[in-house]
Every structure is written in structure tokens, then in C-alpha cells.
Design a protein around this ligand. Structure first.
Ligand code: PLP
Length: 409
């Protein structure tokens, strides 16, 4: 039967026939990528300011990455965690050196890293003998993932509605609200999860005061601070971990997205407090720490350092911020800009999707998040010329919008 089947064309219509309707895909079938440019199957070149939702830190077609993947794929694609696999060891050593922490657990996706962190936090809290010390808190406006634990820590109703009941023993602290923080944490708290720069929530950085108070309260109540670096980590904000910028001193750190250079890979890194929490059989995953993904991760981390991509993130990111600020002087549609390396949020006066669609018409891929925030997460390799092209196009879109509004008045 299979031989006679004619494949459906790769169109939105076929997509509707084949898949559950959980993604709002763009009307673009992609063929390949070159640097910061994604190429459609009709040859159209798009400047990619989304980078696979913050995954493609090296852009497309990096030979060091594809060679590391091919080399490892030829040797061994999978063996399972019954065995010791050299790429896992090398990657773990790198992550420990970068973080100064003590132990690593490898998984496949961001949400799985969060699940592992929740489990580690709860089991860690067990040792204190209080059966109520199991509360896991997060901050309003946050996003931690789609599986039940991670979803229970996630703020947006659109991700949760209809899926209740959520995990019990979870709760939310108002973002950057010191009074609420003091009210919510207690001796029952096992962990507080923090995205130092909230991504899905619209690119907002947690305040220094909030982090300082959180650390004081950790002393008082003995809980863990978990940094969700899944979107902001791996150099995106100009430092390898965004938490170092506010000296958050986390007990657990979750990484994913760019970690596997585009292959599924995530990590939980923990400090001395949690080194003995997981014991044999407690937790695991068949694919976690896949050797090909780890080889890609090693190449990716090396390239970030060799190519000074964290410095580039800060230089090009600041340039974009300054240029958008200039644009805001002539385009009142821009309300605010927040920039942390190449994690950039531009608040606009209407649904950001409008601008994402207009940009797509001009072959630039930008992303809308948090209703009225344009989110830019370009590859860390983006250069000034490409950044300027994005700004010029944004200027054009905003100008055309004003012109259209005056002609209809
Ligand atoms: C901060 C943060 N945490 C967790 C996740 C979940 O990661 P994944 O989609 O790999 O499960 C995401 C994904 O966007 C994220 O941005």
C-alpha cells in the first residue's frame, strides 16, 4: 500500500489533515538555512529573527556542528543510559566548569528538565521530616513547559485551561513583588523556580531586589532556588547563564533549547545540596543525553566561545535596542524595548502578531509573544548588517502602517 501512496503537498491544508491542531504554523515550508537566513522550498530567503524559538544559536549550516553530529552518528547514535557514553562525560564536565556546580542530569527537552528539577526539589525537601515541605513556587507571567509539573508552574491560562487538575502543592508569586514573595514563601516551600529573563512572558528581567530578598528568604526557610535558563541560557543574554547577571546563586539550573545545537537535549545542573538526592532507579529517561545530541552540544559550546558569540550578543543586541529606541521617537506604535543580549522584547500598541505577519510579507521572521510584545531571538551569530536590515524593515512596516491609517481617515 505504501508504495502507491502519493504524498500530500506540504501546505497548511495538508497540515490540517495530518496533525492535531495545536500549532499555528506560518505558511512557509522550509528547505534549509544559511547563516541567519532560513530558505523556503520556493527559494525565498527569510532573515530569521526567531532562530527556531531560540534554539539555533549558531544559525544554520555551521560545519563544526554538522561534522560533530556526523562523526558521532557514524560511531554511535544510541546505546541508552545503561552505558557510559564519552560525549555525555565531556558535556557534563563543560557544564560543571561553566556553572561551578556539582552534578548533571541530562534529558531531552526543556519541560523534562523542569520535571526533573521539581522531583529533585521535592525529594530533597523530604529529608527535613516535614511532610508539608513540598511546595513548589514560580513567578507570575512565567513559562516553564507543557508537561503536568512544568505546566502547573506556568502562569498563562491559555496553556492550562481544560487540562486541570494541575499538580498540587504549586503556587505563584507576583513577578518582582517583594510583599507577595514574603507572603508566599514559608517553611513549606521546597523550591522557587525563576526565569531570570522571562521569555514567553514578554522579555522581563527579575529585579535585583527580588533576587536578593529571595536569597535571604532561602536562608530563613531553607528551600531551593531553581533557575530556568532554558530560553535565556547558553549565551543568549551576553553571559553563558543569565542568572549570573543578578547573582541569583541557584541550587539547580535547567538548560535546553540551544544546548543540543538543534538536537533534543536538556540538562539539570545542581549544587552540593542536591548531589545525593537522586538514587538508583529514582529518575531516568531512555533518550536523555543522547550521544549525538551531546556531541552537538560540545561543538555548540565551543563555537560560542571560539567565535565570541556572547560578546556579539551584547554588541548587536545593544545596537538593535538603540535603533529601536530611535524608531520609537518617530513611531508611537512602539511603547517600550527591553534588551538582554539577543533576547529582545518590543512592546507595541496592538497585537504583535500584526507586525509578525507584516514582517513575514517582507521576508523577515519575527515572533509575537505575550499579546503585544515582538520577541526577537536571532542566532547569536547575527551581524550588524543583518540587524540593520531588520531595523530598516521594521521602520518601513511602521511607516506604511501610519500611511495606511492616514489614507483611511
Ligand atoms: C523558559 C522556558 N522554560 C521551559 C520551556 C519548555 O521547553 P521545551 O519546549 O523544550 O519543553 C521553554 C520553552 O519555550 C522556555 O522558554
Amino acid at each position: 500500500m505504501e508504495e502507491t501512496m502519493t504524498p500530500l503537498p506540504v501546505t497548511l491544508e495538508s497540515e490540517k489533515k495530518l496533525f492535531f491542531h495545536n500549532y499555528a504554523r506560518l505558511p512557509v515550508a522550509v528547505s534549509h538555512g544559511e547563516g541567519c537566513w532560513l530558505v523556503g522550498d520556493d527559494g525565498t530567503r527569510y532573515l530569521d529573527m526567531i532562530a527556531g524559538i531560540g534554539v539555533n544559536a549558531l544559525g544554520y549550516g555551521d560545519k563544526r556542528l554538522s561534522e560533530a553530529i556526523s562523526r558521532q552518528a557514524e560511531k554511535l547514535i544510541h546505546a541508552s543510559n545503561l552505558f557510559m557514553m564519552p560525549p555525555q562525560f565531556e558535556l557534563a564536565e563543560k557544564l560543571l566548569a561553566l556553572s561551578g556546580l556539582s552534578k548533571v542530569f541530562l534529558a531531552n527537552s526543556g519541560t523534562e528538565a523542569i520535571e526533573a528539577a521539581i522531583k529533585i526539589a521535592r525529594k530533597w525537601a523530604c529529608q527535613f521530616g516535614d511532610p508539608d515541605k513540598n511546595e513548589v513556587l514560580s513567578l507570575s507571567n512565567c513559562f516553564h513547559g507543557r508537561t503536568y509539573g512544568a505546566m502547573s508552574l506556568t502562569a498563562k491560562p491559555q496553556y492550562i485551561d481544560g487540562f486541570e487538575p494541575l499538580l498540587t502543592g504549586t503556587g505563584m508569586i507576583n513577578f518582582n513583588d517583594l510583599n507577595d514573595l514574603e507572603e508566599k514563601v514559608s517553611a513549606k516551600t521546597a523550591a522557587v523556580f525563576v526565569e531570570v529573563v522571562q521569555g514567553e512572558g514578554g522579555i522581563h528581567q527579575v529585579s535585583q531586589e527580588f533576587i536578593d530578598r529571595l536569597k535571604q528568604l532561602r536562608e530563613q526557610y531553607n528551600f531551593l532556588i531553581v533557575a530556568d535558563e532554558i530560553q535565556a541560557g547558553c549565551g543568549r543574554t551576553g553571559t553563558f547563564f543569565s542568572y549570573t547577571q543578578v547573582n541569583a546563586d541557584p541550587d539547580l539550573v535547567c538548560l535546553a533549547k540551544p544546548l543540543g545545537g538543534g538536537l533534543p537535549l536538556s540538562a539539570v545542573i545542581g549544587n552540593e545540596k542536591v548531589v545525593d538526592v537522586l538514587t538508583y532507579g529514582n529518575h531516568g529517561t531512555t533518550f536523555g543525553g543522547n550521544p549525538v545530541a551531546c556531541a552537538a552540544g560540545i561543538a555548540m559550546i565551543k563555537a560560542i566561545h571560539d567565535d565570541h558569540l556572547m560578546e556579539n550578543a551584547e554588541t548587536v543586541g545593544s545596537f538593535i535596542r538603540d535603533e529601536v529606541k530611535k524608531l520609537s521617537a518617530k513611531h508611537p506604535q512602539i511603547l517600550d524595548i527591553r534588551q538582554y543580549g539577543l533576547m529582545i522584547g518590543i512592546t507595541v500598541d496592538k497585537e504583535a502578531k500584526y507586525y509578525a505577519n507584516k514582517a513575514l510579507e517582507k521576508n523577515i521572521l519575527i515572533n509575537a509573544t505575550s499579546v503585544n510584545v515582538i520577541r526577537l531571538l536571532p542566532p547569536l551569530t547575527i551581524n550588524m548588517k543583518e540587524a540593520q536590515h531588520c531595523i530598516t524593515t521594521l521602520d518601513e512596516i511602521l511607516t506604511e502602517e501610519k500611511q495606511a491609517a492616514t489614507t483611511t481617515e
